[in-house]
Design a binder for this molecule. Structure first.
Ligand SMILES: C[S@@+](CC[C@H](N)C(=O)[O-])C[C@H]1O[C@@H](n2cnc3c(N)ncnc32)[C@H](O)[C@@H]1O
Length: 205
């Protein structure tokens, strides 16, 4: 098992998803940005590194019918599937490393909260961006949330890269246009503050 996968499997096998630092009861900024895309309810949406997040539950309840979750840790996906029960059968699940993902079809929205910022290796970031390009429809939306400049320097014991708009836009390259950003102070289950910035880009056609 690769180092990244074994790290995340250990996390989800030893901790409740309700107590991890990134846990959110309601992913309100993500939902707000997805709403801003004005994408139809049958448009395909993927939550990349979704883990055990409840974003998918909210989207499904809001009437979105074409949902997918990808994560490197099968245990995280199993947790979400058990929580969703029969509803899980209507969702696509991909237990894989995003940097090597081959999408079976393109998506209208690519959502990533706190995954891209773990890619401290340039080659991993380049692979991620290539995968994202191939997985998105023209004019598709990218929503990426990362720790802000001045926010935490580590997550889950791993180094991360902090981003502001200029830095993430430079990373993604000129195939994407930044249309919106929102800052959030996330309060962890142990009551610590973490500064996040959410960026919404559109893939240029
Ligand atoms: C900090 S958690 C965020 C989980 C979720 N997005 C949320 O906001 O609750 C990072 C997630 O990314 C997953 N992950 C980390 N590296 C990954 C990779 N290379 N490919 C796919 N998933 C990855 C982890 O298993 C974990 O579920």
């Amino acid at each position: 098992m690769c180092k990244t996968k074994s790290h995340w499997e250990t996390v989800y096998q030893t901790k409740s998803p309700l107590t991890v630092s990134w846990y959110q009861k309601e992913p309100s900024v993500s939902l707000q940005l997805i709403h801003h895309t004005q994408t139809k309810h049958d448009a395909p949406i993927i939550d990349v590194g979704g883990g055990a997040s409840v974003l998918i539950d909210y989207l499904s309840r809001d009437g979105h019918t074409n949902l997918a979750v990808l994560d490197i840790a099968p245990t995280a996906l199993a947790y979400a599937q058990n929580r969703l029960g029969d509803e899980a059968n209507n969702i696509e699940w991909f237990a894989t490393d995003v940097t090597a993902f081959i999408s079976p079809h393109p998506f209208s929205i690519w959502h990533d909260r706190a995954v891209f910022h773990f890619l401290t290796d340039k080659t991993d970031r380049q692979n991620y961006i290539e995968v994202m390009k191939h997985s998105l429809l023209p004019n598709g939306h990218i929503i990426i949330a990362a720790f802000s400049i001045g926010g935490p320097t580590k997550c889950s014991g791993l180094d991360i890269i902090q981003y502001d708009a200029k830095k993430i836009a430079a990373e993604l390259g000129n195939g994407f246009k930044l249309v919106e950003q929102i800052n959030e102070v996330h309060i962890t289950p142990t009551a610590k503050e973490q500064l996040f910035t959410y960026f919404r880009f559109i893939k240029k056609s």
